[in-house]
Design a binder for this molecule. Structure first.
Ligand SMILES: Cc1cc2nc3c(=O)[nH]c(=O)nc-3n(C[C@H](O)[C@H](O)[C@H](O)COP(=O)(O)OP(=O)(O)OC[C@H]3O[C@@H](n4cnc5c(N)ncnc54)[C@H](O)[C@@H]3O)c2cc1C
Length: 203
């Protein structure tokens, strides 16, 4: 069998290219991927407990382009959701990525960009050629805010409390009996458990 095009990679780019070539030009395409699934980094699957997981990190769709919505609507239905990305550490949810709200939460009172900038200038650790993400963050915001971080690629999306779904707010505190829904990559799972449950707690 022969194909008009060989497309390497079945992620967004390869899949859309193959669809366009096939539907708009009537071309035949062979799409190959070194992974055993389509979707590239946006791939999701159900785990053994029936939970939809994103092995390469959580993905959600947002756009201000009606053209893109129209295109994708040919292939999918939509589920409207509202995302609030917060990080849980040190007994509270924090705005993340670090911004003025995070700083105000940290110092416990309203502030200004100017005060934040002055404070960060004192906290920053000069590292001219950062070698890893820790050094990058230390050089940008210093140790106090660096130590607030969750593991990379970890997000708490909801808490189930007394049978109800609670979307985490900055003031939300996890209490005994809460079930916490978190998204993360396998490598960050134990660090996420430690951050949420406390060092040494049972999973
Ligand atoms: C943690 C994380 C969160 C993200 N969140 C979002 C989000 O919320 N919303 C959003 O829109 N985007 C998000 N993105 C970005 C999104 O994943 C990428 O924009 C998108 O996957 C890029 O698609 P792509 O086809 O270019 O590449 P990829 O998805 O990387 O696909 C490339 C494919 O090519 C294959 N491949 C590469 N080289 C070869 C080779 N030599 N032979 C065979 N196969 C090969 C790879 O295996 C892979 O499957 C996120 C990315 C990450 C990592």
């Amino acid at each position: 069998m022969t194909w008009d095009y060989l497309i390497v990679g079945a992620g967004f780019a390869g899949a859309v290219l193959a669809e366009r070539l096939a539907s708009q030009r009537g071309a035949t395409c062979l799409v190959v991927d070194r992974r055993n699934h389509i979707g590239g980094n946006a791939y999701d699957r159900f785990d053994s407990a029936g939970v939809l997981i994103h092995p390469y990190g959580p993905h959600y769709f947002r756009t201000n382009s009606q053209r893109i919505v129209d295109y994708l609507s040919q292939f999918t239905e939509w589920r409207a959701v509202e995302y609030r990305v917060l990080s849980w550490t040190k007994g509270a949810f924090w705005q993340f990525p670090i911004n003025l709200n995070t700083f105000e939460q940290f110092i416990g009172r309203p502030s200004t960009s100017e005060e934040m900038e002055r404070t960060l200038a004192e906290w920053r650790i000069p590292i001219t050629n950062p070698q890893n993400s820790e050094e990058v963050i230390l050089s940008q915001v210093g140790r106090p805010l660096y130590e607030l971080r969750l593991p990379p690629d970890a997000t708490i999306v909801a808490i189930i409390r007394e049978g109800h779904v609670v979307i985490p707010q900055p003031e939300t505190v996890i209490t005994d009996g809460d079930e916490v829904l978190a998204l993360t990559v396998p490598e960050a799972e134990s660090a996420l458990r430690s951050a949420v449950l406390g060092e040494g707690d049972a999973p």
